[in-house]
Design a protein. Structure first.
Length: 548
């Protein structure tokens, strides 16, 4: 019989009078993968945290059975959990930028688990042994130049490299059970395939996996069984092929129908009605709002020399249209975004905003026009002041546009409503919100400045499929009603295909292919574009018959 690494029976977790996990049961054996899928707030992450002893102390937890590696976890004290975490159960967290200590090098972060457990087991490693183990694990998770990368800090790595560093930290002590919470969230398709291959290899070696993911193609690629969670309960479970190809529960079918790659641009993905925004002045949709002309940017490498991050990139963007920028991690797409925002000055070329100089201006002159171009990032939590409530965040942005002090509170409530946030959330702080709610706050804050251009850098990559669908619908509603020009940066080809009128494909800082979205995706000409499309997980084909 398969060795059971985790066994859960009738798990219940509540905060005060609110039950967030209600009677959940499952088990995970050695060498198999169980995927937990569901909307943000469905209870899947807090369920997995129960297997790590990381449920907040304010919560009440009970279970008929909760065992980890054959031991009754309900009887573990904190000291026992410390011996379990990392060595017997590993965690790949969702938010790499928040999870990695900005004051420690990647090598220190990755080696910490191994260092702590070797000391607990009275087999301490020498500095050289620990460094060698760290470098080997970084290479194992496909981080290039592991020796130099180990000396870098989180802010010096791309989103994809940060995520891979988190995976290395979780796997370096070779735990038997690995909980992977959105492990491929920030990764482009090529690196995603490498990580999934790594997880698949670990599974074949006997590691049990609990995969939490909003990406149903990823789930289909690696999961043996799927448990679909809604409102703290498992509403459907079964082998992955059956659940994804012939879902029985209406909620599961709605998740499949929200997959962006299965819908044309302009077709709604979610079930929520369109938002209604405040009336806006008519927009001349034929006018060019943003011009990027031959911009280039290079950076000094840690070991000496320079790397060309962006190389002679040009494009024009009209009001009411979207240009999608896609490429692997390190392709230069985020650097290009920073140049467009005026956060970096290019070595060559220029950016024009409404036909006037933008990138060439000193910051003191750009500041008065910054309202015209706003950004929505992948990680909204890191861009919020954690001390401020949602209402205060929105009022702060509105005040910059000249809204009268007496009108700020009402205008903030109106803005929140327009992006689908209830008025009760205005008194809460971002840390208490779900990922989807935080992203809506970020969008509302951007809209508060009445921008002409909205730059979106991986804005839905951390969201589960149904919340992603709602946010993409929200972007479409905003663009249709306000005539916003949008630059949409993403590694997700399905998202780029759905939102873009024109696509730029970047590799090593160069635009290798460009054209209308339909043409690029149906008839890619460049070998790199063809390779990207071929890297789409094969299980996407199992979704083609999903109900719409």
């Amino acid at each position: 019989m398969t060795e059971q690494l985790a066994r859960v029976r009738n798990l219940r977790i509540s905060f005060g009078g609110t039950t967030v996990v209600d009677g959940v049961s499952f088990e995970v054996g050695a060498g198999e993968c169980l995927a937990l899928v569901g909307e943000s707030g469905s209870g899947k992450t807090i369920t997995s945290r129960a297997l790590l002893g990381l449920v907040p102390r304010s919560a009440t937890i009970s279970a008929d059975e909760l065992s980890v590696a054959g031991e009754a976890a309900t009887e573990f004290d904190e000291s026992h959990w410390q011996g379990i975490r990392g060595r017997r159960v590993g965690l790949v967290a969702q938010d790499a930028l928040v999870s990695l200590d900005p004051l420690r090098t990647i090598g220190q972060e990755v080696g910490e688990v191994l260092r702590v457990h070797s000391r607990r087991e009275k087999k301490p490693l020498s500095r050289q042994e620990l460094a060698a183990a760290v470098q080997a694990e970084l290479a194992h998770v496909a981080i290039p130049q592991p020796v130099s990368r180990a000396r870098q800090y989180a802010h010096e790595l791309s989103g994809g490299l940060r995520q891979r560093a988190l995976i290395a930290a979780a796997t370096i002590a070779r735990p038997r059970l690995l909980i992977a919470d959105e492990p491929t969230t920030a990764l482009d398709l090529g690196i995603q395939a490498q990580v999934l291959d790594l997880l698949d290899t670990l599974k074949r070696e006997g590691t049990g996996l609990i995969l939490i993911s909003h990406d149903l193609a990823v789930v289909a690629r690696i999961a043996d069984r799927v448990a679909v969670m809604q409102h703290g309960r498992i509403v459907e479970t079964g082998d992955a092929a059956s659940v994804l190809s012939a879902p029985k529960h209406e909620y599961t079918r709605s998740l499949l129908a929200a997959t962006p790659g299965l819908h044309a641009k302009g077709e709604r993905l979610g079930t929520l009605p369109p938002v209604v925004l405040a009336p806006a002045a008519p927009v001349d949709r034929s006018s060019t709002v943003l011009s990027v002309r031959g911009v280039s940017q290079s950076f000094r490498q840690p070991g000496g020399g320079r790397i060309q991050a962006v190389d002679a990139v040009s494009f024009d963007l009209r009001a009411g249209s979207t240009i999608g920028i896609v490429g692997e991690s390190g392709s230069g797409k985020t650097t290009l975004g920073r140049i467009i925002l005026g956060l970096q000055k290019p070595d060559a070329g220029e950016v024009l905003l409404d036909g006037a100089a933008w990138s060439a201006l000193p910051e003191r002159r750009r500041r008065e026009r910054r309202h015209s171009i706003q950004a929505v990032y992948q990680d909204p939590l890191s861009s919020f002041d954690p001390r401020l409530t949602v209402g205060a965040i929105l009022r702060e942005s509105l005040a910059l546009t000249g809204v009268a002090r007496a009108d700020l509170k009402a205008r903030a409530a109106e803005l929140a409503s327009q992006v689908g946030l209830g008025g009760e959330l205005l008194a809460r702080r971002p840390l208490t919100l779900s990922g989807g709610q935080r992203q809506r706050v970020a969008i509302a804050r951007a809209l508060a400045r009445n921008p002409r251009v909205l730059l979106c850098d991986e804005p839905v990559s951390a969201l589960d499929v149904s919340i992603q669908a709602q946010v993409l619908d929200l972007f479409a509603d905003i663009q249709a009603q306000l005539g916003l020009a949008m630059v949409f940066i993403s590694h997700d080809l399905g998202v780029i295909h759905h939102v873009s009128d024109e696509v730029l494909v970047m590799s090593n800082g160069v635009v290798v292919e460009r054209g209308p979205s339909g043409d690029v995706f149906s008839s890619p000409r460049h070998p790199y574009t063809q390779a990207l499309l071929s890297a789409l997980p094969d299980p996407l084909s199992t979704l083609e018959g999903a109900p719409s």
